[in-house]
Design a protein around this ligand. Sequence first.
Ligand code: KG4
Ligand code: ZN
Length: 344
Amino acid sequence: MPRVLAIETSCDETAAAVVADGTTILSNIIASQAARHAPYGGVFPEVASRMHIEVIYPVVQQALNEAHLGLGDIDAIAVTRGPGLPGSLVVGLNMAKGLAFGRGLPLIGVNHLEGHVYSLWLVDAPPVPAVKFPVLVLIVSGGHTELILMIGHGQYQRLGGTLDDAAGEAFDKVARLLGLPYPGGPNLEQAAQDGDPAAFKFPRAWLEGTWDFSFSGLKTAVLYEVKKQKPGVPFGPDETPLDLAQVPSLAASFQAAVADVLVGKTVAAARQFEATEIFVAGGVSANKTLKAEFARRAEIPVRTPPLVLCTDNAAMIAAAANFRYLAGQRDALDMDALPNWRLA
Ligand code: KG4
Ligand code: ZN
């Protein structure tokens, strides 16, 4: 039963976790920097890497403490190698290399997106439901919208992805247009609760004949609607001229448009590629409207991670590393960060 200590610093969460057997979480520490980036309305890369440096050591220490383990009990060190912010990735990589070198432990570099996929293997209570491949995977996060056919462990075929904004990025940008605070996704979801999803007919980019997505037209449509409501009133990111009473319905209509396209294309791809299951992972998979829409329209089972594992964490990196560890992957101590690393 391998025990993997994993480190994740690809964006604005400094995270460390210990996972046994790729499925059982012994500890899962996440230090979020969201509050520090909120004034900028997005992640400020220099601030992110400095904050990772400040907290990485205590975060790793706490992950070991909460697992009641020392480094001597760990079988491998895993770390996110990419994709992500270069200055953030190197902080985690250097910490992981130091631990691996100091203790003579195997070092395993993990693709952040593969981590999101393996968040579906982490369960509250064993046994882990068996997986029969192929599985259709939708990764929807702040940086990615990827539709992937998973043929086996570590084997991916990329079907398509976003041509412009990632789904989470669209949530964040539209939230900002509506005067909602960063991070936009959860705040927009909350605002949408009191809104009418049919109030505004926002466009859906189906991009027929491809498995790609596009959200920039939808974002622009929301912008036009906002401008139409109070023409001629200038506004910046922190002051919207919007009729505040309209915010819930604008949010709900936008959210419905995103969910419609994500679910429609994923379900169609699952049918075409004869997938046995649909996995939805990444920050946006926390969205309740998206989950409800999948439950309503999917013809096969749909798995989403538990809420804490939707957004960035290190437990998912450990889970992915476990399969690579068992398959014999060992990375060199001079491994570089891969800021634009694709999964397939
Ligand atoms: O996976 P993640 O933590 O980071 C990346 O790898 O990008 O995803 C963060 C993204 C953000 O864009 C955030 O707004 C979005 O996920 N998000 C949500 C929700 N919770 C997080 N979007 C919609 N609804 C949510 N409940
Ligand atoms: Zn992520």
